[in-house]
Design a protein around this ligand. Structure first.
Ligand SMILES: Cc1cc2nc3c(=O)[nH]c(=O)nc-3n(C[C@H](O)[C@H](O)[C@H](O)COP(=O)(O)OP(=O)(O)OC[C@H]3O[C@@H](n4cnc5c(N)ncnc54)[C@H](O)[C@@H]3O)c2cc1C
Length: 822
């Protein structure tokens, strides 16, 4: 038997190798229009960006190696230009010899793939800096351009997977990238609120996002990109990645049936049909990006240009040709992409697709850590699940997060493929140890939320329904702690923390049929509150899916970014030119603000002028903070880079001292009067003091009246006191640890909660803050006059405190740039 294969990459090469493994005798000829066969198209962006350094790694197979291993007749640089179905021949054009010839076949397999869409935009053909990316020649052209022309700016048109990957990789080369997308979001496999996580990441990394905008024209040989809104962008290079169209030209010309978007139609054995009669053509098969497939979720026809389906179909066709049972049951579109430090994955249909197809669905969100939260480096994964409210069938899922994100989507994809629904998600027995997962994996949690939602106790409402609900008069209850609530909340919500709900029930509508929507940070505490309210007889309840985190993320406004991208190459060059200079390494991963800045300040203080300091931090704000800190303190910021969720700043100590050396008071100084005896205010004082020190100021804290309690030793000190002094001493808290909160003290519960939150968030406790501030050189002055009035003795105060009266305060305050009374 003689088999001809058109196309030699994902589908074609897979089929050829499998055919040979199954059958040693068949004659197999594989035509490839280009030079290269079986190359790693998915790796192309990473070679351009420098992640893959060696070009030869992209060439998985060569003509020689594959021919000899599988005894194939591989004809590269040979394009099949037509098919004669009657004669069972193809006509091929040999580009090397410039000749056309015919080749007969018993079986023909088409795997010609899809090509980048190039719409007739004015000025596109004249552009000398515009590229598409599909194959090795495209890659070489882009690489040559970036290497030789050294573009400073790039416009990427299209926010699909390839566009986003290219934006990231050009950014890694130090190019300022603007991504223009016609839709209001990138990555259309995600729903908007999930894509917002991607927008945040792109902006944070320095990619300028212009969403909901179309290109109208290229002028100036492509160096100016005009948008329909009238805006124009200057572009040193442009990547056009607005989608692909199937390479079905020769199939259409041979009257092989194609779908509405030009994809070749096939049966479940991947055999094609006659365009006129609809009859099956059993000797012609088609696979990969060029074909139409069945959407496994909806049963409708669709096209999914991804590598997994192409590879799977290639193998199945070889099996079928060799008489093995082989059927392709459709695609789910399971996909994953890296977007800087994020992993973005999805499977099945998204909400917009389900809406379009009028398929009833229910949507739920979950935000969970990728492994046990107590194990270091736990990172959030945000998930969305869509399922049928009638049958529990899973219709689609999306996840955005860091390590382990794609694993969750793979689990869901496998569950769908094996016919499982939301109950099976609960039943998935996952492997668990703290570094990998939690005993309740995020995927199990999705199953629990989904099954709970069908129990009828409450409904789910979505982030985009909240404003209307509030307008309608629905009571929106936020059951987070007051501290969480104060960091941001939904407009119109009322805060009653879960722990107070039982005692404050009189603050919510008393009518048991009143509509009450409950929210919290991620939708978990709200579930607890809803079960409680249900138990109390409330009947009209709903939970805000994904809680405040989904709501807040959905409101993010993608914008131009102020960060200048810093390339790895640039950093290296910098480091090379300073290679003789001593570099001090500082690792502050896990510390929250102001920890990283304090560590930077200390390291700089210890370094000699001209020495370099490299600080690695996981604090998101650090990249920005360090820039302004260096500017304010006369140090040179050599680079800031971001990889794997870590921000690395390399700086060189300048001549200006980080902290004023003399004791003389100047505009650089800051004085804080700590009058309050509240824990939260003492914490605020310490944070401000540390921040001011890090900013190069000389700081004096003047403790007076109730503020003195923060300086008291915790243990009882036996000193001589009169009866009133003893009573005062007994009633006042001994030390910062025992001080109450100014609000929501709740008989000591509030301070415990805030301490626990601080611990979780890696914020130092108040005593450590005091010790650190002292060691940074912050002056702690206890007001002797207040001590006298309150009967506090020197022996009762912690070491390192200075004693002074109002004169000391006045002198420290004189000419101070900052004076605070707390
Ligand atoms: C930059 C990039 C990144 C990608 N990243 C991913 C990813 O991360 N994950 C993923 O799942 N998918 C990814 N894809 C998509 C994936 O590569 C495709 O889905 C897959 O390669 C399709 O396989 P195919 O065999 O249908 O077509 P292709 O692999 O495109 O192969 C078709 C071949 O046929 C040749 N050909 C076409 N017509 C003729 C003719 N008439 N005669 C001779 N030869 C012909 C073409 O030159 C081409 O080499 C990416 C694609 C690109 C371009």
């Amino acid at each position: 038997m003689k088999v001809i294969i058109v196309g030699s990459v994902a589908g074609g090469a897979t089929a050829a190798a499998r055919l040979r493994r199954l059958n040693e005798d068949d004659e197999i000829i594989m035509f490839e229009r280009d030079e290269h066969i079986s190359f790693a198209n998915c790796g192309l962006p990473y070679y351009i960006g420098g992640e893959i350094k060696d070009r030869s790694r992209l060439l998985i197979q060569t003509v020689e190696a594959m021919s000899s291993r599988f005894r194939l007749d591989i004809r590269n640089l040979s394009e099949v230009v037509s098919i004669n179905r009657k004669k069972k021949t193809v006509t091929a054009f040999n580009k090397t010899k410039n000749e056309t010839y015919e080749e007969s076949y018993d079986i023909l397999l088409l795997s010609p793939g899809a090509k980048p869409l190039k719409p007739p935009i004015k000025g596109l053909e004249e552009a000398d800096n515009l590229f598409v990316l599909r194959n090795i020649p495209d890659t070489d052209a882009i690489k040559n351009y970036t290497d030789n022309k050294k573009p400073k700016t790039a416009v990427v048109i299209g926010g699909g997977f390839i566009g986003v990957e290219m934006a990231e990789n050009l950014h890694h080369l130090g190019i300022q990238v603007t991504l223009v997308e016609k839709l209001p979001q990138v990555m259309r496999t995600l729903d908007f609120e999930m894509a917002q996580f991607v927008h945040q990441e792109l902006n944070a990394q320095g990619i300028d996002l212009i969403l909901g905008e179309e290109v109208s024209e290229f002028t100036n040989h492509g160096h100016t990109v005009a948008l329909k809104s009238g805006k124009s962008l200057s572009s040193d290079m442009t990547i056009l990645s607005i989608g692909v169209v199937p390479e079905s030209g020769i199939a259409k010309a041979a009257e092989i049936a194609t779908g509405p978007r030009g994809h070749i139609k096939t049966n479940s054995h991947l055999q094609v049909f006659d365009a006129n009669t609809g009859e099956l053509i059993p000797e012609i098969y088609a696979v990969g990006d060029a074909i139409q497939v069945i959407d496994r979720i909806t049963g409708q026809e669709t096209a999914i240009p991804l590598a997994w389906p192409a590879n799977r179909q290639g193998r199945l066709v070889a099996d079928h040709i060799c008489g093995l049972p082989a059927e392709y049951g459709g695609s789910l579109g399971t996909a994953v992409a890296k977007v800087f430090d994020l992993t973005v994955a999805s499977t099945g249909n998204n909400e917009s697709q389900l809406k379009e197809k009028n398929i009833p669905y229910r949507a739920i969100h979950a935000h969970r850590t990728n492994h046990a939260s107590y194990y270091p480096d736990a990172q959030n994964i945000s998930l969305k699940l869509l399922f049928s409210p009638d049958t529990g069938k899973i219709l689609g899922a999306q996840a955005v997060g860091k390590e382990g994100t794609e694993k969750r989507i793979d689990l869901i994809s496998a569950t769908i493929r094996l016919g499982g629904g939301i109950n099976e998600l609960c039943d998935l027995e996952i492997c668990y140890a703290p570094p990998y997962s939690s005993a309740k994996d995020p995927v199990n949690i999705l199953g629990y939320i989904a099954t709970n939602s069908l129990s009828g106790v409450y409904r789910y409402v979505q982030y985009n329904e909240i404003d209307d609900l509030v307008k309608k008069g629905v009571f929106l209850l936020d059951v987070r702690t007051a501290i969480e609530y104060s960091t941001g909340h939904m407009e119109g919500s009322v805060n009653i923390p879960m722990n107070e709900l039982r005692s404050r029930l009189n603050e919510i509508p008393q009518d048991k049929n009143a509509e009450i929507s409950v929210t919290c940070q991620v939708g978990l505490t709200s579930h607890v509150a809803l079960m409680f309210l249900h138990g109390k007889g409330y009947t009209n309840l709903s939970n805000v899916s994904g809680g405040y985190l989904t709501y807040k993320t959905a409101r993010f406004e993608p914008s131009a970014c102020s960060h200048k991208p810093i390339s790895r190459t640039e950093v290296n060059t910098d480091m090379n030119s300073f290679s003789d200079i001593k570099t001090i390494e500082v690792d502050v991963c896990g510390l929250q603000c102001p920890g990283p800045l304090m560590a930077t300040h200390n390291a700089v203080k210890a370094a000699a002028e001209g020495e370099q300091i490299r600080i690695v931090s996981t604090d998101f704000g650090f990249a920005k903070d360090v820039e302004s800190w260096c500017k304010a303190n006369g140090h040179r910021l050599l680079s800031v880079s971001n990889a794997n969720g870590k921000y690395t700043a390399l700086l060189q100590k300048g001549s200006k001292p980080a902290v004023a050396q003399s004791n003389t008071v100047s505009q650089e100084n800051a004085t804080i009067v700590v009058f309050s005896g509240d824990l939260d205010k003492a914490i605020a004082s310490m944070i401000i003091a540390q921040g001011a020190v890090a900013g190069g100021k000389k700081v004096t804290l003047f403790f007076t009246f109730w503020g003195l309690n923060a300086l008291r030793k915790t243990q009882h000190i036996s000193v001589k006191k009169n009866i009133i002094e003893k009573m005062f001493g007994f009633m006042m808290p001994r030390g910062a640890r025992r001080m109450p909160l100014s609000n929501m003290n709740m008989l000591g519960m509030g301070p415990k909660m805030i301490k626990s939150i601080m611990k979780q968030k890696n914020v130092d406790d108040i005593e450590t803050m005091i010790q650190k501030a002292m060691s940074e050189g912050v002056r702690f002055i206890a007001c002797t006059m207040s001590m006298d009035l309150m009967g506090i003795k020197k022996e009762e105060l912690i070491d390192g405190v200075e004693y002074g009266g109002v004169a000391t305060y006045i002198s420290s305050n004189e000419n101070a740039g900052t004076t605070l009374f707390i």
